[in-house]
Design a protein around this ligand. Structure first.
Ligand SMILES: NC(=O)c1ccc[n+]([C@@H]2O[C@H](COP(=O)([O-])OP(=O)(O)OC[C@H]3O[C@@H](n4cnc5c(N)ncnc54)[C@H](OP(=O)(O)O)[C@@H]3O)[C@@H](O)[C@H]2O)c1
Length: 252
């Protein structure tokens, strides 16, 4: 199998006519997800802080024959996310949201050595950013009784396994909070009974600017479960409101 195509079992037109917004879509795992979602027929809105990079990333999808636009938006700031919505016209009716934007804790990252500024920098993007985007684009999904919200978390945020075992404090706690946010929101939306699926995934350690060049997985492999969650059909047997890795449910 082509290492950049880890989703060959999803119908190539699975997302025809759908609008997908990917935060962190300008590079890394978010970009890999955006590319695959474009290949599945979606119109993809790629969002990053750096507008030029987001537009360039979108252009590279368009060059491949996909439908995409890029937008600069710092998701840590609620007014910026409202402006993003206002700039999108008909694309503001987002069907699928992939929240992949994230930042890592700095080097001095143990709890007792984390400054308030650093704490808020990480939480601002990793946790508040998810809520800012969900609160702007989620209500439309709830009204239409149709949608997917896929948050990208990390194994470091789990309360079990390799999770919250010390260090990288703001990052780990932000991801643990994203897990809780996801479970809580899924419950509020009836765990799929009202047409909106809400899930969270751990991509595992991937070769991106954040993960570094020696990580074992490609960005595409890290994005694969998020794309599968975004594209999978919904029926009475669909499991949702859960934490996923490699298409399997894993403990929180
Ligand atoms: N890589 C790994 O090994 C790994 C492992 C577990 C979990 N994750 C998670 O996977 C997600 C993607 O990680 P990655 O490795 O792809 O990271 P990355 O290569 O560093 O890319 C981060 C992306 O997020 C965007 N971003 C950061 N802060 C933002 C903000 N405030 N507003 C809007 N966009 C923002 C960046 O946009 P700009 O280019 O404009 O800065 C970029 O597109 C993150 O949530 C990360 O925590 C990664």
């Amino acid at each position: 199998m082509d290492p950049d195509r880890v989703l060959d079992d999803i119908a190539p037109d699975a997302l025809d006519g759908r609008v997908v917004l990917v935060t962190g879509g300008s590079r890394g795992i978010g970009y890999a997800a955006a590319l695959e979602l474009g290949r599945l027929g979606a119109t993809v809105v790629l969002v990053g802080r750096d507008a030029a990079r987001a537009e360039e990333a979108a252009s590279s999808l368009v060059d491949l024959g996909h439908d995409a636009v890029g937008r600069g938006c710092d998701v840590a700031f609620a007014p910026a996310v409202a402006r993003l919505r206002d700039s999108l016209g008909s694309l503001a009716a987002v069907d699928i949201l992939v929240c992949a934007a994230g930042v890592m804790s700095g080097k001095t990252a143990k709890t007792l050595r984390t400054s308030s500024e650093e704490w808020h920098r990480v939480m601002g993007t990793n946790l508040d950013g998810v809520h800012h985007v969900v609160s702007v684009f989620g209500p439309g999904m709830a009204e239409r009784r149709d949608g997917r919200i896929v948050n990208v978390s990390a194994c470091l945020g789990r309360m079990s396994g390799p999770g919250t075992s010390g260090g990288l404090a703001a990052y780990r706690v932000s991801k643990a909070a994203v897990n809780a946010y996801t479970k809580n929101l899924a419950a509020e939306l009836g765990n799929g009974r009202r047409g909106v699926l809400v899930d969270v995934t751990c991509p595992a350690h991937c070769r991106t600017d954040m993960g570094g060049p020696d990580a074992p997985r490609s960005a595409a492999q890290g994005a694969a479960t998020a794309v599968w969650l975004a594209a999978r059909p919904h029926d009475d047997a669909t499991r949702t409101g859960l934490l996923w890795e490699d298409r399997e449910v894993i403990p929180w």
